[in-house]
Design a protein. Structure first.
Length: 133
């Protein structure tokens, strides 16, 4: 029987928003995204709303504006934070989640977004990432 232990970073550690995962050029029209709520569920955090954002505060999350929310709603997606699918896939393969029986990656349901939204995400990522020392 495997046991999944979910650890939370101590509050004293600064949240790192730098490196390749925070490079806006990694986002393109072929990038796929997932709803934060689905990522939360896929990684076995169940109904604890927003837990993924607390536990993995270093993930890029995009808060949709009114135009984005309309586009998402028209395609039957909830109006939630959007996360990069690749980041969630990477987490699922990490030591922390690899053997966790509650992980259900089929819950992700990734999708693409239009280029205009990708460009807004790139600007948001640039604005949120740590300045180079």
């Amino acid at each position: 029987m495997s046991i999944c232990v979910l650890r939370v970073k101590p509050k004293s550690e600064p949240i790192k928003k730098e490196g390749p995962k925070w490079d806006p050029s990694r986002l393109s029209d072929s990038s796929t995204f997932v709803l934060g709520s689905r990522a939360n569920k896929a990684l076995g955090m169940g109904g604890t709303r927003g837990r993924i954002y607390i536990k993995h505060a270093d993930l890029f999350k995009y808060a949709a504006d009114a135009k984005d929310k309309q586009w998402l709603a028209e395609r039957h997606h909830m109006r939630a934070y959007l996360l990069i699918e690749e980041d969630i896939q990477d987490l699922s393969r990490s030591d922390e989640y690899r053997d966790c029986p509650d992980v259900r990656m089929d819950e992700l349901k990734p999708f693409s977004v239009p280029q205009w939204m990708v460009e807004k995400m790139q600007r948001a990522m640039e604005a949120q990432r740590d300045a180079d020392p």
